[in-house]
Design a binder for this molecule. Sequence first.
Ligand SMILES: NC(=O)c1ccc[n+]([C@@H]2O[C@H](COP(=O)([O-])OP(=O)(O)OC[C@H]3O[C@@H](n4cnc5c(N)ncnc54)[C@H](O)[C@@H]3O)[C@@H](O)[C@H]2O)c1
Length: 432
Amino acid sequence: MKICMIGVGYVGLVSGACFADLGNTVLCVDKDKKKIDKLNQNIMPFFEPGLKDIVTKNFFSKRLRFTDDLNYAIKNSDIIFICVGTPSSKKSRSADLKYVFQAASDLSKYINTFKIIVTKSTVPVSTGDKIEQIILRKKKRKLFEVISNPEFLREGEAIRDFRFPDRIVVGSENKKVIKKMQSLYDPILKKGAKFFSTSRKGAELIKYASNAFLATKISFINEIANLCEKTGVNIEDVSIGIGLDNRIGGRFLRAGPAYGGSCFPKDTQALVSTGDDYKTNLSIVKSVIKSNNSRKILLTKRIKLILSNKLKNKKITFLGVTFKPNTDDMRESSSLVMIPYLLKNGAIINYYDPSGPKNIFSKKKNIKFYNNFKDACYNADLIIIHTEWEEFKAIDFSKLNKKRKIKIFDLRNLYSKKIMKKKGIAYYSIGR
Ligand SMILES: NC(=O)c1ccc[n+]([C@@H]2O[C@H](COP(=O)([O-])OP(=O)(O)OC[C@H]3O[C@@H](n4cnc5c(N)ncnc54)[C@H](O)[C@@H]3O)[C@@H](O)[C@H]2O)c1
């Protein structure tokens, strides 16, 4: 099939490359010309495992192309995916839809034959209706169909998630269009993914409800971890014990720092805002947001406590600063709350993250990036394991710092408490 992706971010680029890999012809368009130029020089705009290989392969086989010529891309495609960002609005909790509406308005100019316009961006209920209205200003109803096909991939596992999703959700009442979408996804459905079609609004809400539910699971287990610390119970046993119940499921039950990233924080806020619009109090989601925000503060206070409330001139090393491994995305990472607080209170921060130094810290004083964990940990008063990158899972900490007694705060429970104790390391973790 001939496909156009509008917006070449995490979602647009990964799904565009994967659609091309399935044998489709894909034209990727972005308003950011620099991004397009780089992609045409085979430079990826962000880090995602396996992405470069799949982009390169399909780029050289000419199934995947990058352009800023929207006119050409629309005219040469049958299915157009809108994959632009939907960040939180600056003034309220709601999703800022200006990029989506702009994309809809831009593409409407070039529709010449029948097109399926697919919203892949995460958008509030009824956004499809608004997109339809925008396109109707320029084109007749029979020339297009607006449908919803929310994306569920996770950064860091995006290629795998695209190829082996649990389900494909399509929101449309048009049987022909649903069939076309089903055949587009056929190679994936054959591998076991379920296809679920519903109303357009239904699909829009499914995406938000899914993210809010997963965020709830994380916040829930984090709060139970707090109780474990007071009662002497091991959170890992609790996670396993409740996860064995099929009604609950074991995933997203690992206690740790607050959830972050480009989706859960903004999507839970936007869902509450939609609730407000429809005079529906989503009190559980509101509590989750509150609980998650307070977790960042709670863990920062715990860092202070581990250092006996003395942060001045203390050398603190962060292993990982991204919100999760296998991504360079810093959006809403809890390190963005912890590090500024610690710096403000006189600490000296050293950090290492396999995805490289972070611009956001580059202008701050007393924070330094090291390009390996050994140098970053040298002479640290406290090592904080913030992100569970693979290379942090088997470090022999006793060999790192010979001069002083090592203190570690493991926010990901990567190590055994018993072994750490045997090695004479002061080891703190979560809910154990
Ligand atoms: N990142 C994820 O893990 C993820 C997962 C599932 C769903 N989503 C959702 O998918 C959407 C996209 O997320 P993302 O992380 O890929 O965003 P992103 O910010 O990485 O990329 C968005 C891209 O769209 C481009 N863009 C904006 N307006 C445009 C326009 N009018 N024409 C052409 N290009 C335009 C931007 O330049 C940017 O390159 C969001 O709604 C997000 O909530 C994201």
